[in-house]
Design a protein around this ligand. Structure first.
Ligand code: F6P
Length: 544
């Protein structure tokens, strides 16, 4: 039986057709004064309000029945204990083992704990050497700048976390280059000095052309100042990969290599040695706090009943919105500029995991799966695409993120600057809460005294756009660890319900292959003869 013909799915469809599909949230709040208490949950550093969704207690209980029907508990157990949940690549997805710290682990997750410890010890050795100024460049000067060369999961996780934790003072400057076109690389290198720059070549597969081509450009740049090639690799390069042999062949000596394992998915790898830039910025102790935050969420995911299990609740609400209310777009809206890369990070995590249309049996699914996800720092997005959220023809679900405490200034001191920053934090919170309220209530949010000013079709707010609001205690390593693990597990929950494998990414392979033959055709036009007319013309335009 297909998922959409199954009893639990059909029960949800009947429930939706009976009225919730069209019910207004404004009405749902009027009907139930306890609504927010029922549909919010505080767990450790996070408070999650999901009451601004078109759900009732019956909706939630039908969704939990769907989760039971799909054996979500069994799948959670399989994931956390290291069974081969990534069946098309015949391996487990054991990112949780990286942060378990020997606690509550079983199966393969328990067996790999010593290997994980050994790699974190090697990572700590490198981190301490660089941060203490003992890692010297070819001229004997201490390293001042570290450049991470990686892409996708080998870039976005460290980039997002280091940006988020930028208020933690770092003894070195961190930079990231990822884009294949080389402009980012040349721009950055023009500002740096060879003698004080250290590169991290981060690639799980060690075959990604984007990363290898940027690394070759970095080598050429180092060669402009360093005559001895050996010094380039031993003093200016660290490799992080699952492929030690390939790193050695490329030139990186074993003592400069950190390894991880094929059971860590690229987009789940910031918890492994791929997190080296994070540890270089915040130190190894704080990196371990990040891991601990994620571990706390893993434990919650593994043990809490579904009714209080945040990744399960948020995943099921997405299923409700996407598959029953027909809403296939999601906006990620952080109200703190330090979280500016959270949308890009979640774009990869969610869309590379669940952007699939074939189920685990290789059959085409007959229902919608992953939504289109995009986002921006909320206050900036208000001046860009919120017009569409409020008055466009698209239904969009929004995830808002706000901070209880802003920890980048001293709120207890009443100097002019502190007072202005406190007021700016209030402004951010006020805007965040106002936007989710207007998106939910639409015209009903307009105060009675102002109604006359809004008496025009152009000033009509339909409302009823669902949203979740996630209040974070602060932006600390621990809170971020919890938040990211929450989204990882929520993504897995959705994959389980949709019966898809969230851990492969075959959809990105063909483009890479075709790019290789296209690159050859850019040098030799005869190779483009079999291409389509549009591509041939484009090649002709750029080569003539
Ligand atoms: O092309 C997609 C992808 O394979 C991602 O899944 C991965 O995070 C990224 O490329 C980088 O891969 P690697 O770390 O192997 O260079």
């Amino acid at each position: 039986m297909t998922l959409d013909a199954s009893p639990a799915w059909q029960a949800l469809q009947v429930h939706c057709d009976a009225g919730l599909g069209t019910m207004s949230m404004s009405q749902l709040f009027k009907n139930d004064s306890n609504r927010t208490d029922k549909f919010s949950h505080e767990f450790d550093d996070l408070y999650v309000d999901y009451s601004k969704n078109r759900i009732t207690e019956e909706t939630m209980s039908l969704l939990f029945e769907l989760a039971d029907q799909q054996d979500l508990s069994g799948w959670i157990y399989k994931l956390l204990s290291g069974e081969k949940v990534n069946d098309t690549e015949d391996r487990p997805a054991l990112h949780t083992a990286l942060r378990a710290n020997h606690k509550g682990v079983s199966g393969l997750a328990a067996l790999v704990q010593d290997d994980v410890d050994a790699q974190f010890d090697s990572m700590a050795r490198i981190v301490n050497k660089v941060r203490s100024g003992h890692w010297r460049g070819f001229s004997g000067k201490a390293i001042t700048d570290v450049v991470n060369i990686g892409v996708g999961g080998s870039d976005l996780g460290p980039l997002m976390i280091t940006q988020s934790l930028q208020t933690i003072q770092s003894p070195v400057n961190l930079h990231f280059i990822s884009s294949i076109d080389g402009t980012q690389t040349s721009n950055l290198l023009n500002k740096l000095k060879q003698e004080t720059t250290l590169f991290i070549l981060a690639s799980k597969s060690f075959t990604t052309i984007d990363t290898l081509s940027n690394a070759e450009t970095a080598i050429d740049w180092l060669e402009e100042a360093i005559k001895d090639k050996q010094e380039i690799y031993s003093q200016h390069f660290i490799g992080v990969s699952t492929k030690p042999d390939m790193m050695t062949e490329w030139g990186i000596p074993p003592e400069n290599q950190l390894i991880f394992w094929d059971w860590v998915g690229g987009r789940y790898s910031l918890w492994s040695a791929i997190g080296l830039p994070i540890a270089l910025q915040i130190g190894m102790d704080k990196f371990r706090e990040l891991l601990e935050g994620a571990r706390i969420m893993d434990e919650h995911f593994g043990l809490e009943p579904f009714e209080r299990n945040l990744p399960v609740i948020l995943g099921l609400i997405d299923i409700w919105n996407i598959n029953f209310l027909n809403i296939q777009k999601k906006a990620i809206l952080p109200y703190d500029a330090r979280l500016k890369y959270l949308p890009s990070y979640l774009e990869q995590l969610v869309m590379e995991s669940n952007g699939k249309s074939v189920n685990r049996d290789g059959k085409e699914v007959g229902y919608k799966t992953c939504p289109v996800l995009w986002g921006e720092v909320g206050p900036n997005a208000q001046h860009a695409f919120y017009q569409l959220l409020h008055q466009g023809t698209q239904k969009v679900m929004c995830d808002f993120f706000a901070l209880k405490i802003r920890d980048d200034f001293d709120a207890s001191s009443h100097t002019g600057r502190n007072e202005s920053l406190k007021s700016q934090h209030e402004l951010a919170l006020a805007n965040c809460f106002a936007q989710s309220r207007v998106l939910m209530l639409g015209d009903d949010a307009i105060p009675e005294s102002l109604k006359a000013n809004f008496d025009s079709p152009f000033k009509h707010y339909p409302g009823n756009q669902p949203s979740n609001t996630i209040l974070m205690k602060d932006i600390s390593p621990k809170t971020l660890g919890m938040l990211i693990a929450l989204y990882e597990h929520k993504t897995f929950v959705e994959g389980v319900i949709w019966e898809i494998n969230s851990f492969d990414q075959w959809g990105v392979e063909l483009g890479k292959l075709i790019a290789k033959e296209t690159k050859a055709a850019l040098r030799d036009a005869s190779l483009a003869e079999q291409f389509d007319a549009s591509t041939r013309k484009l090649i002709e335009k750029v080569t003539s």
